[in-house]
Design a protein around this ligand. Sequence first.
Ligand code: PRP
Length: 211
Amino acid sequence: METLTIALTKGRLAEKTLKLLTDAGYDCSQILDGSRRLIFEDEDNRLRFFLAKGPDVPTYVEYGAADIGVTGSDIILEENRRVYEVLDLGFGKCSMCVCGPESAAHLLEHHEKIRVATKYPRIARDYFYHQKNQTVDIIKLSGSVELGPIVALSDVIVDIVETGATLKENGLDVLETIIPLSARMVVNPVSMQMKSARIRELIDRIRSVLQ
Ligand code: PRP
């Protein structure tokens, strides 16, 4: 039996992903023991897991360093890698939104040239240029994007909203919703062919836990 390598996303999605794999009968005990090791194995099921930063997960999968990846649909859209999306895992639900002070709402209606701060330049560009036909300046940030309108770096932001608490605490609102998001499973296209039986079995086991 060939080994399957699975890239998991560190942080918010990790706990629920590991629970899902455990419920599907895979042994994630090595990863759960709190060590700083980066790679873990379930020898009985011939699985190898590693934890990576979200945006790197589709990269590992595209290059075949991992056969399978689990990450957010925001990251899959932004990274735009050649991977097959095979399963919506139903957790990590949130939305990609245009947010800003209420006073910026009219800038979106009148198609003015505005500045948009975001960690997601591809998603922001696609939304404004192709869906809204609005010319904007996209400013790429690495985090704490809510600062953008507060310090007048940008008029609005494009970012993830989960509970809405970060926006509320910073006096910002959702102005438009771009797309709902959740955790997804992606597969390397070559692995899908070469390890088809093993990958299908894993997908079936996970799907039956989700139902
Ligand atoms: C994300 C996102 C928002 C926040 C939304 O940031 O960029 O800032 O979570 O969550 P909420 O609606 O529940 O408040 P993250 O915590 O990943 O940190 P970062 O901004 O530093 O990347």
